[in-house]
Design a protein around this ligand. Structure first.
Ligand SMILES: [Zn+2]
Length: 443
């Protein structure tokens, strides 16, 4: 008998394997994650866990690997309702003739709320527990994530023309500060500035963003160097590459979350590393829109923090971070001309701890470590599609699919149990989605 009484805790999850991500590339066998009040209080061998802790709830995952919940570092989740609306078109035709007109007809609080609900359901079933969001109506987006118990960083949009969300520049900034204030201290929802892109935001607005992001201590999340065309246009306009322009404005710093970055010189890569810029790689969106290839392996070698995002569902067309990890690894190898580049453990890191670092939450999430939030996903590896099993992390990245995600927790709360969403009325979400489909198709 144990000399001490086992400590009462909320939850113990026992798994055949645990990949904590930190330390890097480690696979623990027959370990348990112990959770109290949303926080991981221990990660240790199952036998020791059973001797030391008396959990109110115990979950046994005998055929599963437990990983940190995946972090989608760039997405526009209300656009999930536009999935598959227009495909196989060049970027500007797709945007100007299809996506923007459709959005103009439907955009508003209800569209945003229903799109995020559908996205949360999809993300949970794919092992994703946190999204870095970038869309209009951040008040509604944040409230929806909070109500659904899903972790998110909500972008505060800034763009140089009137939209359904705001009209003047002052209006954008006033609303941004209001939304930021309304989520201060929220355990799940925080904010970032989300200037759309260098080509749609003025120097004056960027200067305001730089000052405010310092004062409020929040990240700056923007699309950048998505295509060669964008870089050429800016050079014609200001004589500078977008990166140089942002450097001049003081925005190339460790708050910057630069999304896409398919066009980078070696000097710009070195500058990103030195300044602590995070780059979000969205390989499937870049491939589908033929935007270009992010030099992900070069960025990794230079020491840049590389995270992973799906981008919006209208250009992907899913929120599948397993698919994104695999595509990122395969594409990086092809671009680098090196099969050893961007290995499986690194791919998993871009979808977890590097994402957390990009959004400024790496002290809280991104790895399974004592003191961090219990954001977890379990993946069943006993299916024939993932057998035989030699290397757990390789199997996760190169063979497993999101359909093998069985269980998900956010802040210690179980959200998915054996593939069933616990606090989402799936039928109601689908009914609202069908109604939007009819409305959008009618246009
Ligand atoms: Zn985007």
């Amino acid at each position: 008998m144990s000399p001490t009484t086992p400590q009462l805790v909320d939850l113990m999850i026992e798994a055949r394997w645990v990949v904590p991500v930190e330390p890097h590339a480690v696979v623990l066998e027959d370990h348990a994650v112990v959770v109290q009040d949303s926080v991981i209080v221990a990660l240790l061998p199952i036998a020791e866990a059973r001797a030391a802790y008396a959990p109110l709830e115990r979950v046994e995952l005998r055929e599963h690997v437990l990983i940190p919940g995946l972090i989608n570092s760039h997405t526009h989740n209300p656009m999930t309702l536009l999935r598959g609306l227009a495909d196989d078109l060049p970027l500007m035709v797709w945007l100007q003739q299809h996506i923007w007109p459709a959005e103009a007809k439907v955009i508003g609080p209800e569209f945003v709320r229903d799109g995020v609900e559908l996205a949360v359901a999809e993300m949970l079933r794919g092992g994703t527990t946190c999204a870095n969001e970038n869309y209009f109506f951040p008040d509604v987006i944040g409230a929806t994530y909070r109500r659904m118990g899903f972790r998110a960083v909500v972008g505060l949009p800034v763009i140089e023309f009137p939209t359904a969300w705001a009209t003047t520049q002052d209006d954008y900034f006033e609303r941004a500060c209001e939304v930021h204030d309304s989520f201060r201290g929220d355990p799940l929802v925080s904010t970032a500035f989300a200037p759309h892109a260098p080509y749609t935001v003025s120097d004056e607005s960027f200067e305001r963003i730089r000052v405010l992001s310092d004062q409020l201590d929040i990240p700056v999340h923007l699309h950048m160097h998505e295509t060669a065309h964008e870089v050429t246009e800016e050079k014609n306009k200001s004589g500078l590459r977008p990166f140089q322009r942002l450097q001049k404005l003081g925005l190339i710093n460790d708050r910057l979350i630069a999304v896409h970055m398919t066009q980078l010189t070696d000097g710009e890569i070195a500058a990103c590393a030195e300044a602590g810029v995070s780059v979000v790689h969205c390989p499937e969106s870049n491939l589908k829109l033929a935007s270009g290839f992010c030099p992900a392996e070069k960025l990794r070698q230079a020491g840049v923090n590389v995270a992973l995002g799906t981008d919006g569902c209208a250009s992907n067309n899913d929120l599948d971070m397993f698919g994104e990890m695999r595509t990122a690894a395969l594409l990086a190898k092809a671009v680098a001309g090196d099969a050893a580049a961007f290995d499986a453990a690194y791919a998993l890191r871009t979808a977890t701890l590097n994402g957390a670092k990009a959004i400024g939450l790496d002290a809280k999430i991104g790895s399974l470590e004592v003191g961090k939030q219990a954001d977890l996903a379990a993946v069943r590896l006993s299916d024939l599609e993932t057998q035989p099993l030699f290397h757990v992390i390789s199997q996760l990245v190169y063979a497993a699919s999101r359909h093998q995600v069985s269980d998900v927790w956010i802040a210690g709360r179980r959200k998915l149990a054996d593939r069933v969403l616990l606090d989402i009325d799936t039928d109601a979400v689908l009914a609202r989605t069908h109604a939007w489909r009819e409305r959008i198709a009618a246009h």
